[in-house]
Design a protein around this ligand. Sequence first.
Ligand code: GLP
Length: 273
Amino acid sequence: MRLIIKNNYKDCAKWTADYIAGKIASAAPSKEKPFVLGLPTGSTPLGVYQRLIELNQKKLISFENVITFNMDEYYGLDDKNPQSYHYFMWENFFSKIDIKKENVHILDGTASDPQKECEHYEEMIKQAGGIDLFLGGCGCDGHIAFNEPGSSLTSRTRMKTLTEDTIAANARFFDGDTTKVPKTALTVGIGTITDAREVLIMMSGLSKADALQHAVEESVSQMWPVTILQMHKSAILIADDAATDKLRVGTVKYFSGIEAKIIDSYERIFADK
Ligand code: GLP
């Protein structure tokens, strides 16, 4: 696993967006061989989306042959609901780039048969050739997508019940009212995420310090789902300085020392643009 530490959120977001753009550009995707990107919602990816929009509007990168699969959606919210992840994605990203509507996939939170919807989602990912790069954020308790602590580490797309912690954390998007937060969601599984050829998880701020410490220094555990990255062949964790608060000094020194020597070709393509 690669651990990249940046001074602040802005630098993390820029690095991540440039890395994703570099990966897409290097893959030179076509209609026959598109690039398949997994995407999250939340506050963490917003800066990444802004930078990708900028690169797209400057015509430095195109999403014409990019297929996306979002991680999750609240169950019970339709795509017109401003709190839905459909709405979030179109508002903050898709409506501002040259992606084709038919290439965007988000779980349907209004599906009458949620299990069927989840199975179909897995099938569509398979049909697309699997996910090349899955970008994700992380909950303070180490959850990824809506795979709450206690989720099976090999889980597939399914319905999950949200924990009280997640409901409380996400109440900020529902007028601070926990009773308005849906209690269940459809989410890709941990196995769905780790099947991706590459996984990139972002963590920013002091509130993610416990999750980052577990992800890097503790054992793999279903109680900290993000720790599964330790088992992945090609995983990157990118964090800002504040999120490293609970890591050992030696851990920070070790990973920072390695990164200082890496000149990342994917990042460099867009670094000065
Ligand atoms: C939600 C989402 C996750 C996200 C997490 C953290 O629970 N389902 O995908 O990673 O929130 O969100 P934030 O980036 O706002 O801290």
